[in-house]
Design a protein around this ligand. Sequence first.
Ligand SMILES: C[S@@+](CC[C@H](N)C(=O)[O-])C[C@H]1O[C@@H](n2cnc3c(N)ncnc32)[C@H](O)[C@@H]1O
Length: 276
Amino acid sequence: MDPAYAATAQRILAADSSLVPDFWQTKYKSEASRNWDKFYNRNTTNFFKDRHWTDQEFEELRPGHTFAENSPVLLEIGCGVGNFVWPILERNPDMFVYACDFSARAVRFVQTNELYNSARCRAFVCDITKDRLAATIPPHSVDIVSAIFVLSALPPEKQADAVSNILEILKPGGRILFRDYGIYDLAQLRFKSGHKLEENLYVRQDGTLSYYFSVERLRGLFVRHGGLLELENDYVVKKLVNVKKSIDSDRVFVQAKFQAPIDTFEIEHAMTGTSL
Ligand SMILES: C[S@@+](CC[C@H](N)C(=O)[O-])C[C@H]1O[C@@H](n2cnc3c(N)ncnc32)[C@H](O)[C@@H]1O
């Protein structure tokens, strides 16, 4: 990331020192699934667009990729109404896709979509911070877990529980594909005072949470806590130039790939945080 941009962003963020009171913090966190359910009640399937870009960013999502031995199995956590799932199913006729979300309304939208075919897809309600994925999916049977703009919806103290949950269903050698909001993203800089719960965690107008990741935070979660190998972990910065106001502001995302170790040699590397 450009150091000058990062320094300006740090100055802007440091100016916001007021925190949401504890009562409201607890309420937003305990009512998270309710607030997302209301989000889908208001927006139905119209808010997010289908994510057609994912196989350009992640080769594992391209048909015929040799990564999985047989028909690959994918789990999309926090699937919403299926915007990630539909293009993947269409392009990969061999793939079986599990999709879960803690909004029952979102899951119903997936299950009732005309593209939903129970021979190739299973959508289910699950709060990834507390409901065991292994209760629905056979342990260590999934080749790819996609985490696309979902971990940012979790408060930081629950993110490690979600990672542990995923590890129970990931195959040895299986991969986690991650894309989410990065620190100093334009949306983080735009929060008005009164929305900050703690460093890098904010509440939106509709009560949903938004956490902004650093690559170090991700490494802590997946490598140090999860014991996974880091294959990729970088900021993706998209420059936006506002000619009218002559302000440059960036969309900042973090894109990463982690792999479950296959043998003891790789496990030792993972434990010392070495990337392949
Ligand atoms: C920004 S949407 C992303 C949807 C989808 N991954 C996509 O790329 O279009 C985040 C989703 O995560 C879900 N979510 C948030 N916290 C969750 C949790 N603890 N367990 C399961 N799903 C969760 C929300 O209900 C929401 O549908």
